[in-house]
Write a protein that binds this ligand. Structure first.
Ligand code: HEC
Length: 273
């Protein structure tokens, strides 16, 4: 009788173990299938990324006299000299003597719009949360001029290293009512929330895969988002205090992320969920 009971318990254990393995395999296959479908969707959209329209709009804004001074942005220095666009995005953020700050693409554009065109900061960034905003268009235009070039944020000024260190500290700093840090969601492999994979920014390959695509057309938003907008939204999701557009917090985080992604060849504008 005892033998029969032992045999039965062994059989039951085997059945449970087999069921668990089968369930695990099916789960992993389902996960893979979902990611494959998203990739197919991205490949399809690549032929006609709606962000291309933003690039055209951005070019128009770059070359049209605007603001109280009725100047174009063609003399804007994005770090490689006035009007030089090729490769500039790939090397931002960087230190700018004339501003006395480390700036990313958005904050440098704001600087040019206020100094060259005479706009206020509010005018420069107006409507930045609306699809098709001027800032979205300008950043897309500037970023496409670095497509095919490696991400290489400037490393020529001590304040750049300082900003990167601040960005790194912010990345790991837990804050807000949920006690989240960026690392809570972005330091693990193969994670996703809803249908979007979460990059692990501690892994250079994963960081590159993410950063080469920004600015990106977000299908769920029917809009191009710049990296600043993406970061500001993650901060909002963390329930941390709002970060201002163009602020040092955002520039520091970007500096850290771009350094993690150094060497990644830009494909911007990309396509995201
Ligand atoms: C609660 C989890 C969570 C936290 C905390 C979080 N994020 Fe995110 N992050 C996400 C999700 C989810 C997405 C993808 C969003 C989507 O597509 O809906 C994302 C996307 C991103 C992306 C774009 C990734 C891509 O698809 O290429 C970047 C960059 C990013 N986060 C940076 C940060 C930074 C920096 C912080 C800290 C300030 C942070 N995130 C905090 C969940 C989080």
């Amino acid at each position: 009788m005892r033998e029969v009971r032992r045999l039965r318990s062994v059989v039951i254990r085997w059945i449970v173990a087999c069921a668990c393995v089968l369930f695990g395999v099916a789960w992993a296959a389902e996960d893979r299938r979902a990611l494959d479908e998203i990739q197919k969707y991205r490949d399809m959209l690549k032929d006609g990324n709606p962000a291309d329209l933003m690039e055209l709009k951005g070019e128009g804004l770059w070359t049209t006299p605007r603001g109280p001074k009725q100047a174009t942005l063609e003399a804007c220095d994005l770090g490689l000299g006035p009007g030089v666009l090729e490769g500039a995005y790939a090397q931002l953020p960087r230190w700018f003597d004339d501003a006395g700050r480390v700036l990313d693409t958005e904050s440098r554009l704001i600087h040019c719009m206020t100094t060259l065109q005479g706009m206020t900061t509010e005018e420069a960034i107006q409507g930045w949360t609306r699809p098709g905003s001027d800032m979205e268009a300008l950043v897309t235009f500037v970023a496409t001029k670095s497509r095919g070039l490696p991400i290489r944020p400037s490393q020529s000024h001590p304040r750049e290293a300082e900003m990167s260190a601040i960005g790194e500290a912010l990345f790991f700093r837990r804050a807000g009512p949920l006690d989240f840090s960026c690392a809570t969601c972005h330091s693990l492999d193969a994670r996703r929330i809803r249908l979007q994979e979460l990059p692990n920014f501690l892994d250079p390959a994963s960081a590159r895969e993410s950063m080469i695509q920004w600015p990106a057309y977000r299908v769920s938003q029917s809009a191009v988002w710049t990296l600043e907008r993406r970061l500001i939204d993650c901060i909002r999701q963390m329930r941390a205090p709002d970060a201002d557009y163009g602020s040092d917090v955002i520039v520091a985080l970007q500096m850290y992320l771009q350094r993690q992604a150094s060497g990644g060849v830009l494909e911007a504008p990309g396509i995201k969920r």
